[in-house]
Design a protein around this ligand. Structure first.
Ligand SMILES: [Fe+2]
Length: 219
């Protein structure tokens, strides 16, 4: 587990917090039925089979820590360790949201009851958006509390996604949320060679977030 989080795990300078990152992924993998971090799929995995969730966590941590260090250099008070740990764990709930080969309770427009993870029967995210009884930020909150993460890191994990719009995000949480989106809009595009095409009930019929933006032409 620890090896799969390296070398980015070293971005967390505090040894106790570093161990909690390992503990969090160990717990979520065992709850979700995954043996290796590399086997956990990313969102849109039907469109990006070569990118694993852990690649996404590590890439997001790179972006987030660079942003946090730059802001600190400019005099902004924040905790870089919280940013690093929060970024490395922001999707720690995904193995539980998408359990590997285990039946899950979820809702779509057409009904409920299928398998998650690599199972081909899982409905396409792009068409149905299938959610467990709770999405990954909620499972992530549970995991982070269970392993004794500091409250600031629990907040980063639970507020990084859509659920966080109902909260006042901390500085650290805002950095991780933006880094997560930057990863999707820039890194995933480069690696995948095309934009993931995602439509969700939450987007109210629009394809959201993964639009191709060109600053020279405007939106
Ligand atoms: Fe993410």
């Amino acid at each position: 587990m620890k090896e799969s989080l390296m070398p980015e795990l070293e971005l967390v300078s505090n040894a106790a917090l570093r161990q909690k990152v390992v503990d969090a992924w160990t717990l979520s993998c065992s709850m979700g039925g995954y043996k290796r971090l590399e086997d956990i799929p990313t969102e849109c995995f039907e469109q990006m089979p070569k990118i694993s969730n852990i690649d996404h966590q590590k890439g997001t941590a790179h972006i987030a820590v660079a942003m946090a260090r730059s802001l600190k250099d400019l005099g902004v008070q924040l905790n870089v360790d919280y940013v690093a740990a929060g970024a490395l764990c922001h999707d720690v709930g995904k193995p539980i949201e998408w359990r590997n080969g285990q039946r899950g309770i979820y809702s779509t427009a057409t009904g409920a009851g299928t398998f998650y993870g690599e199972n081909q029967k899982m409905p396409s995210f792009a068409k149905h958006s299938s959610f467990q009884i709770a999405r990954h930020p909620v499972w992530g909150f549970y995991v982070a509390v269970a392993v004794g993460m500091p409250d600031h890191v629990v907040h980063i994990i639970s507020a990084h996604s859509l659920e966080g719009q109902f909260l006042f995000r901390s500085r650290e949480a805002l950095i991780v949320k933006e880094s997560d989106e930057i990863w999707w809009e820039q890194v995933a595009y480069q690696v995948n060679g095309k934009w993931p095409d995602v439509e969700s009930p939450l987007s109210k019929g629009r394809v959201y977030r993964y639009r191709k933006l060109d600053w020279r032409k405007g939106r």
